[in-house]
Each structure stands twice: as C-alpha cells, then as structure tokens.
Design a binder for this molecule. Structure first.
Ligand code: SAH
Length: 351
C-alpha cells in the first residue's frame, strides 16, 4: 500500500526520502510543495526530475479532498463544502469570512459517536477517524478553490476531535509548521463535548490554542439528557478538568451553550450556569440551537436568548451570542452530509 505522505512531518519525510536512497535536501523541496503550495499530485513538483516524480508516485499517495458539493450563502459568502475522500466517504467543511480573515471549520471524523441529542453529525454514528492528512487537506482544498489564505481554524465540524487525539495533534503540528501553512496556534480553536481525561492530556501539551467546551447545560440532569457523554464524566468532573486546563495553560476557555427552547434557556438555568462558572477565566458563547428535524429541538426565542445573556452579563461574565452565518445553506453540524446521504438513500431516516 502506498504511504500517506501528507501526514508526515519534515523529520519523518526526511527519513522516508533517505530510505529511498535520495539526498536529504529533497525532503525539504517535497515538503514545501505539499504543505506550502498545497499540490495534489507529484506531477506538479516541477523542480524534481520526471523520473523522481514517478518514483515518488510509486511509493506515496497525496490524500486530497474533492469537492462533491459546494454551497455559497447568498447572505454572507459563507461557503459550505461536502468533500469526498479517497475511499468515497464524505465530510463537511465550512469557510466563513470575518473582518480579520478567513476561518475554516474542519471535520475530524467521518460521523461521530458521541450521540449529542441536538446534533446531526452523530445521527449515523462514527464511520472512521480522519488521518492528519485528511484534516489538513480540507484546509488546502478550500484555499485552492477560493484562492484565499485561511488564517483561522476551528475544529468544530463533524466528529469529536479528542476522540481522534493523536491524528488531531499531528494535524495541529503540521498546520502550524513554519515550513508549511504556518497558521498561528493562537488562531486555532478546538471544541470538545467533554472527554475529561483527554482534556487533561491536552493541558499537558500547553498549546496556545483556544479550548472550546460544549457545555450546553448547567447540571447533570439536563446535560445527561442532552449529551450522553455526561453520564461518563459529569458536570463537576468536567468543570474541574477545565479549571485544571486553565491553571496549566493560562488560556481562557470558551464555553459553548446551545439554547433550546423551554429546555436549557430559562433564567434558572442562567443563574445555575453563573454559579457553576463563577471565578473562571472563561468566555460564554450562546448559540440559538440550529434546528435539525430529527432531533425535535426548537430554537430559543430571541427574547429568551436576550434574557439569558443579560443575566450572565450582569454577573460580569464575558458573554456573546453567536452570529448565525450560512443559515440558508445547512451550515450546522453534519446537516449537509446527512441531507446528501438521505437523497441517495444511504442512510435510513431515524424516527
Ligand atoms: N465534537 C465537538 C466538536 C463538533 S460540534 C464538540 O462537541 O464540541 C461543534 C459545536 O456545535 C459543539 O459545541 C456542538 O455542541 C454544537 N452543535 C452541534 N449541533 C448543533 C446544533 N444543532 N445547534 C447548535 N449547535 C450545535
């Protein structure tokens, strides 16, 4: 089987290149083509001889995403891609335009096994993990297609990044490499549903990224109902892990809270959330839940959102309501892949 060359860092690539009997400096050339330019074939590496390009092609494969479907929001230029992978699996990525630059939301797994009740990505379970190269290639494919530089990355697409820990860490190493795209770690956010031991492992790495924690409820009763992962690691364990994370990294955590009408959007919930997070270095991001038909969860009313926000703001929390981008193009988690699969009858609808 050909080796996945795009998942190698420069050191590993150098080893492979030397093992093929080639001079060391070739590795730097190849790495630059792969990660700085972002080519999808060896034939594009024009400063290498034809025979060398053919030899590389015999040993390695460059994984790339091909565009299965692309939707552009008429409101705000948000672009949503449905990419197909080498084995025919589909993943989604979204590119958003902000004043400070382009941000991509990447997927880390095909599907997801976390089972959050409001989320479309998890409806069909997990199919497989993405390799580091497959996470990278979402960024490279979008840059190529749009002709822009992507400066910010959020790991908030399909999948649970901490459930694919090693590949995600390798992706972070490669995307921030100064010999590659050189994206600043400070411009990367990683979102988790709360795999507590993995939050500890991440803290030990002391990365300068922003950790987003999908909290969504202030107590075990509500959170376990919305997020099965909470039955394994409850709210107090999660918050303890978050406090530990901040202590180790000095980084502010961002708590995500999706507001579901009549469920977790009451003033009592806001008060409970405030006491839970009291004294923490954090930011609270409120998101009126995106309605996914199968989940039956309804979006909070604007009045409830406002009221929830005011209670937290009055207690001194840094709180924002997430601007909805791409609402006309199914830009919420897993919705595009799910719809496309339903159209093809690949996935049976769940009640
Ligand atoms: N698995 C990771 C990252 C992927 S989801 C996590 O759970 O954090 C990215 C964010 O979108 C999470 O906060 C998730 O809870 C949220 N999300 C999923 N479905 C949603 C929906 N229908 N409406 C609003 N937010 C949703």
């Amino acid at each position: 089987m050909k080796e996945d060359i795009l998942s190698y860092n420069l050191e590993e690539l150098t080893e492979r290149v030397v093992a093929l009997g080639l001079p060391k400096f070739r590795a730097g050339q190849i790495y630059r083509w792969l990660h700085k330019v972002g080519v999808t074939s060896f034939s594009e590496m024009t400063d290498l001889s034809l025979s060398l390009r053919e030899r590389l092609d015999d040993s390695f494969v460059i994984f790339s995403c091909s565009i299965e479907k692309k939707q552009v929001s008429a409101y705000d230029n948000t672009v949503k891609y449905l990419f197909s992978l080498h084995d025919g699996e589909w993943i989604e990525s979204v590119v958003m335009e902000y004043k400070y630059g382009h941000t991509i939301c990447v997927s880390s797994q095909v599907g997801c096994r976390m089972g959050c009740r409001f989320c479309a990505s998890t409806l069909g379970g997990v199919v497989r993990n993405l390799s580091p190269s497959e996470i990278l290639s979402q960024v490279y494919a979008a840059e190529r297609d749009l002709g822009v530089r992507i400066s910010h990355i959020v790991m908030m697409g399909m999948g649970e990044p901490l459930d694919n820990f090693d590949n995600v860490m390798k992706f972070l190493e490669l995307i921030t490499d100064e010999n590659g795209k050189n994206v600043s770690m400070r411009h990367i956010s990683l979102s988790t549903c709360g795999l507590v031991p993995r939050i500890g492992e991440l803290a030990d790495k002391k990365l300068q990224l922003t950790l987003s924690v999908s909290l969504h409820a202030p107590n075990d009763r509500l959170r376990s109902e919305m997020m099965p992962v909470n039955r394994k690691w409850g709210v107090s364990q999660l918050i303890a892990a978050c406090r530990g994370y901040t202590e180790k990294t000095s980084r502010r955590i961002s708590f995500e809270y999706a507001l579901v009408r009549g469920k977790n959007d009451t003033p009592a919930c806001a008060e409970e959330l405030a006491s839970l997070l009291k004294g923490m270095l954090c930011h609270i991001n409120l998101i009126p839940v995106n309605e996914v038909r199968e989940t039956g969860m309804r979006k909070s009313t604007p009045e409830n959102v406002k009221r929830f926000e005011s209670i937290l703001a009055a207690k001194g929390f840094a709180v924002t309501v997430r601007r909805e981008l791409g609402s006309d193009i199914d830009a919420a988690c897993g919705q595009l892949r799910r719809r496309a699969r339903l159209e093809q009858n690949v996935e049976n609808e769940k009640p």
